[in-house]
Ligand binder design. Structure first.
Ligand SMILES: *Cc1c(COP(=O)(O)O)cnc(C)c1O
Length: 408
């Protein structure tokens, strides 16, 4: 089978192929497979940067009354369309970790009564674990390192919290089943959507999800360090308090009254001044996702994942690689993990000698992102082929084995 021709045929038949031209691709030979860590830059983000220059340069402080003040909520509503939220349920603010702290605290202290412990699992993102450890007692469900645990929540849990797509294995959780299980067990559930938003279809309102957070620089292409979002179901908003009570979450912030009174609605989950420059740059990427449509993106994402799984069978398995992701495309988000004992060295060899940028996750995983908005099947083929060649020829052995202090 000629896999390269097959990949090119799939690209030719791709109904959303034109969206690649809406992104900055300065080096067309670079095989970029790390869009789940930092998404590519939309071309429209450059124009947005120029308009920000005018907004800041000319309008100065008047800009707050000319759109900056509402930006966190307006963009929140746009992101809300990608996760099946209602208007007024999403706010863009802070980092994912800070939002997670705010919402976990809110759930643990609902009605002024302290609850615990927090239930999570060992597939969840380390930063989530750290935040929970700072909030109190944590119970961690053990998994096989790839698949989610059963969607069962034991009694006497204060809050359940998981990632909807596991950052390492790419496993997609049955969000609705976990959410009902949490409600049956009498606790709230808080989802981290960082690796799910823009990659899989989500229906938070229909599924009665209580709380969620997520980041915007991965599949949403918001730019390095762009602020995160939080979601609070409408009927819970006025019943929950949050721990970082700042002026942007106060009713009538510009009264400058010395007494904190939470704003009504999602606004009460804001704390301080939003970073307008990086906030504004989120919009072009979100607009592209809305234009392409999550239904079409999901179809292509699954086809890309399936293509990678077939290439794994064909080229990688016999070279000592393991599939560190669920096998079925329906059980995955939008990236695929390959395990190998020399994964770190191979990843460095891919980046330094083969023009392929995936990423490495300790201890043994190389992640390949399937980004339907700008990724191609040909790139996936080239990524696997070059990885196989590096493994076959042993050129990775020239690279050091240490992973300290580097990002990918
Ligand atoms: C990327 C990611 C984050 C990022 O957290 P920040 O606080 O925004 O740096 C959090 N959780 C998960 C699951 C992630 O994948």
């Amino acid at each position: 089978m000629d896999w390269l021709s097959y990949a090119r045929d799939l690209d030719k038949a791709d109904p959303i192929a034109e969206f690649r031209s809406r992104f900055v691709v300065s080096d067309s030979d670079l095989v970029y497979l790390d869009g789940n860590s930092l998404g590519r830059m939309p071309v429209a983000a450059s124009a947005k940067m120029r308009s920000l220059e005018a907004e800041w340069g000319d309008r100065l402080v008047r800009g707050w009354n000319e759109g900056w003040m509402d930006l966190s909520r307006r963009l929140g509503d746009k992101i809300g369309r990608l996760i099946g939220a209602r208007e007024g349920e999403v706010l863009v603010a802070d980092s994912t970790s800070v939002n997670l702290y705010k919402l976990a605290w809110a759930a643990l202290n609902e009605g002024g009564r302290a609850r615990g412990p927090i239930l999570t699992d060992d597939l969840n993102f380390p930063s989530d674990h750290y935040v929970f450890q700072g909030l109190g007692q944590v119970r961690v469900l053990a998994t096989d390192g790839i698949h989610p645990p059963e969607p069962e929540i034991p009694p006497h849990v204060g809050l359940a919290s998981f990632s909807a797509v596991a950052f390492k294995s790419g496993a997609l959780y049955p969000v609705e089943a976990f959410t009902s299980a949490a409600h049956d067990a009498g606790c709230r559930i808080l989802w981290d959507l960082s690796h799910a938003v823009g990659a899989v279809e989500l229906h938070l309102a229909d599924w009665s999800v209580d709380l969620a957070v997520g980041c915007t620089y991965k599949f949403l292409n918001g730019g390095p360090g762009s602020p995160a979002f939080l979601y609070v179901r409408q009927d819970l908003q006025d019943a929950l308090a949050q721990p970082i009570q700042g002026w942007f979450g106060r009713e009538n912030a510009f009264d400058f009254g010395l007494e904190y009174r939470p704003a009504q609605g999602i606004g009460r989950f804001a704390s301080g001044t939003p970073p307008i420059v990086s906030l504004a740059l989120i919009e072009p990427g979100v607009d592209l996702l809305i234009e392409a449509g999550l239904d079409r993106l999901t179809v292509k994402s699954r086809a890309m994942g399936e293509f990678l799984a077939r290439l794994f069978d064909e080229r990688l398995e016999s070279l000592g690689f393991r599939l560190n992701s669920p096998r079925s495309p329906e059980a995955r988000g939008s990236h695929v993990a390959f395990g190998h004992e020399h994964a770190w060295q191979m990843c460095q060899a891919l980046i330094d000698t083969a023009g392929v940028v995936p990423d490495f996750r300790a201890p043994d995983t190389i992640r390949f992102a399937c980004v339907p908005l700008y990724g191609t099947f040909e790139e996936l083929f080239l990524g696997v082929e070059r990885l196989a060649t590096i493994a076959e020829t042993g050129t990775f052995r020239a690279f050091p084995t240490k992973a300290e202090g580097t990002v990918t």
